[in-house]
Design a protein around this ligand. Structure first.
Ligand code: C2E
Ligand code: MG
Ligand code: MG
Ligand code: MG
Length: 277
């Protein structure tokens, strides 16, 4: 997208551009309707302990139940939301839905909510979080806000929002760790409670030196280390051995609707233990 823009951020004219512009505003209007008419749904993917595979909580992942196209994943609409600013109402909606849902879970299970850099720049974002916690009754320590390295660019109210969240007792997690350019810069200026190693480093063992170094760094900083995108027993065992204490991935469970997730929590025998860790 950035590449297509000329100097000053304006797109240079190309034939067919009007059609694309029209398509973009049509998608934006549809997304706005989706937010207003409750077509969005939150799915929950279990986060488990390593090596015993016990569920400690879930990551909230937004879906769009589109009236014509069916269930759409975030890759189909998050970019549009970011570009149009609709990520602000969308993000608030997800935050409120996820905190209200998690407040009804048994035990002290946690919920992780993805927050974009755009939301964090907004003055009053931390107040939106405080209100969601207050209205739902969810204790702040049971909410984790997932940020990405793009937050390091900062600007706007980013710094104030992050320090407000920390002061409230909300936990912070650094998502997709290792894929951004400014990881260490961000860690230096913004301590987080958790880092989630990007799934591109889980693979078949070829990246274990990096996975190992990240786990050691997490330990040194007193951060929890989560391995994302675990698809096989072998990967789970390897990540457990490297020192990851939490995991997420299709091997344990796919993202599921709130009813199915609640069933998983109330059924005792669904843990997926990792063998020979
Ligand atoms: P993410 O935060 O890194 O979330 C993890 C993504 O990896 C999810 O994709 C999940 O379904 C997928 N995943 C989990 N386990 C596995 C696995 O074992 N293998 C593979 N191949 N994939 C796995 P999803 O739900 O499509 O979400 C994609 C991204 O969209 C998220 O990445 C996050 O960056 C963004 N996103 C999702 N919900 C929200 C939201 O409410 N707000 C914002 N701002 N972004 C969101
Ligand atoms: Mg995430
Ligand atoms: Mg991730
Ligand atoms: Mg991601």
């Amino acid at each position: 997208e950035a590449k297509a823009r000329g100097e000053g951020g304006y797109e240079r004219y190309r034939p067919g551009m009007e059609a694309r512009g029209a398509e973009r505003s049509r998608r934006a209007a549809a997304l706005q309707t989706a937010i207003l008419e409750d077509q969005l749904v939150v799915f929950y993917q279990p986060v488990v302990t390593l090596p015993d595979g016990r569920i400690t909580g879930a990551e909230a992942l937004v879906r769009w139940q589109h009236p014509v196209d069916g269930l759409l994943g975030p890759n189909a609409f998050i970019d549009t939301a970011e570009q149009t600013g609709l990520i602000i109402p969308l993000g608030t909606w997800v935050l409120r839905a996820a905190t209200h849902e998690a407040a009804t879970w048994p035990g002290d299970h946690t919920v992780s909510v993805n927050v974009s850099a755009r939301q964090l720049r907004e003055v009053g974002f931390s107040a939106v979080v405080a209100e969601a916690l207050h209205d739902s009754g969810l204790p702040p320590r049971r909410l984790t806000v997932e940020i990405t390295e793009s937050v390091a660019v900062g600007g706007g109210a980013t710094h104030d929002n992050l320090s407000d969240l920390r002061a409230m007792g909300v936990r912070l997690s650094l998502d997709d760790f290792g894929t951004g350019a400014s990881t260490l810069t961000l860690l230096a200026s913004c301590p987080v409670n958790q880092i989630k190693l990007d799934r591109s480093f889980v693979g078949d063992g070829g990246q274990d030196a990096i996975a190992d170094a990240v786990a050691q760094m997490a330990r040194a900083f007193g951060m929890q280390a989560v391995a994302e995108g675990i698809e096989t027993a072998e990967q789970a065992t390897r990540m457990a051995r490297l020192g990851y204490d939490r995991a997420q991935g299709f091997y344990f469970a796919r993202p599921m609707n709130s009813v199915h997730f609640r069933d998983r929590l109330t059924t005792a025998d669904t843990d997926v233990p990792v063998t020979s860790a």
